[in-house]
Design a protein around this ligand. Structure first.
Ligand SMILES: Nc1ncnc2c1ncn2[C@@H]1O[C@H](COP(=O)(O)OP(=O)(O)O)[C@@H](O)[C@H]1O
Ligand SMILES: [Mg+2]
Length: 345
């Protein structure tokens, strides 16, 4: 999978710009605030329907403009494809291969993109939702029905929570919703379980490649038992607390390093290495399931990592198309610089 060109209009600081890319390395360089991160943001948006900066896509519209437009041309092993996105006040138009799509759900999952910046370490040090997001991203790009199952689950969860918050709760409706949400929740949890089962070995191997250290890394999945929603007396507790108390929205993935919990006890360097090792495990899963490499977006190319780790990380992204942004071209290894397309802003 490779992106050949990007056209953006009224997207943050860009009025109208066109970029053509190399199928291997693309290095975007320029001073602060020249728009390096913004280019990655627009690519990420076309892949996932989200920004990694804001939860309000309208914030990406240039100040004093009405809409933004992103148009991407990319190739998979079969043919050239297009994604076009126009978002503005009261407008949301998405096209796949020049045909109108009903929503982002029709394009999410098509273009596998892995975004890395210094916040990658949140997978280890952040709350459980960061690890759920990691699993969701992995599954959206390796399992064609996962995204619609997840959306269906969140719609049911929203309805069930709204009911639990209402004044006159219909027990009958609550039980109908419980019976609907349980199988969807269990499907999601079974898929997460399978993804996690392949993590132990691959992450350990990747950790060694990044840090040259041999440490036993273990993942323990704690699914929140969805079937408990139908247990006697549970509804009363839920009505009291006004929310759904079990299900995949509360799953936890615990990570241990030589038997100690990494969230509490790992150093920042170790946390970085495990987080990278996890994202590279995702790369392997995407490659294995789809037969094509994901595209890597790396923002600010880890100026805070030591040189050896930075190079190890870069070598591990190789295989597919890579975009990286940097203030300073001197931190890029020479052989990479020689074969890369340099985009100076
Ligand atoms: N909605 C917007 N409209 C216009 N400019 C914006 C908008 N949002 C952010 N910017 C500007 O875009 C620039 C940020 O670009 P960014 O991609 O973060 O730069 P870099 O990564 O090169 O440092 C900043 O100058 C910021 O003020
Ligand atoms: Mg930036």
């Amino acid at each position: 999978m490779e992106i050949s060109s990007l056209h953006i209009e009224n997207f943050r600081s860009f009025k109208k710009s066109e970029f053509n890319f190399s199928s291997l390395f693309n290095i975007i360089t320029g001073k602060n605030s020249t728009g390096k991160t913004t280019i990655l943001e627009s690519i990420y948006l076309a892949s996932s329907g989200k920004s990694f900066i804001t939860s309000h896509l309208l914030n990406c519209v240039s100040f004093n403009k009405e809409y933004f437009f992103i148009s991407l041309i990319f190739q998979d092993s079969l043919r050239e494809k297009n994604i076009d996105i126009l978002i503005g006040n009261g407008k949301k138009e998405i096209q796949l291969n020049h045909k109108k799509a009903k929503g982002f759900f029709e394009i999410i999952g098509i273009l596998p993109v892995i975004f890395l910046n210094y916040k990658v370490v949140d997978i280890i040090k952040g709350g459980p939702e960061k690890r759920r997001n990691f699993l969701n991203h992995w599954l959206i790009f390796t399992d064609p029905s996962y995204y619609s199952e997840l959306s269906n689950y969140y719609t049911l969860l929203y309805q069930r929570n709204a009911l639990l918050k209402s004044m006159n709760i219909s027990r009958e409706l609550l039980s109908i919703l419980s019976n609907k949400i349980i199988p969807v929740g269990q499907t999601i949890q079974n898929k997460r379980k399978e993804a996690i089962s392949s993590l132990n070995d691959i992450v350990q191997k990747n950790f060694y490649k990044i840090s040259n250290k041999n440490i036993k890394i273990e993942f323990i999945y704690n699914p929140s038992p969805t079937e408990k929603l139908l247990k006697n007396g549970m509804e009363n507790t839920e009505i009291q607390r006004k929310r759904t108390l079990f299900g995949p929205h509360l799953d936890e993935l615990e990570i241990f390093m030589d038997g100690i919990q990494v969230r509490e006890f790992s150093s920042l360097g170790e946390a970085y290495s495990i987080a990278f090792a996890m994202r590279f495990a995702e790369k392997e899963a995407i490659q294995g399931k789809r037969g094509e490499e994901p595209i890597f977006l790396m923002d600010d190319f880890f100026s805070d990592l030591d040189e050896t780790r930075r190079e190890n990380v870069l070598r591990m992204t190789e295989g597919g198309q890579i975009f990286l942004t940097t203030l300073n071209l001197n931190i890029i290894p020479k052989d990479v610089l020689d074969k890369a397309k340099i985009i100076s802003l």
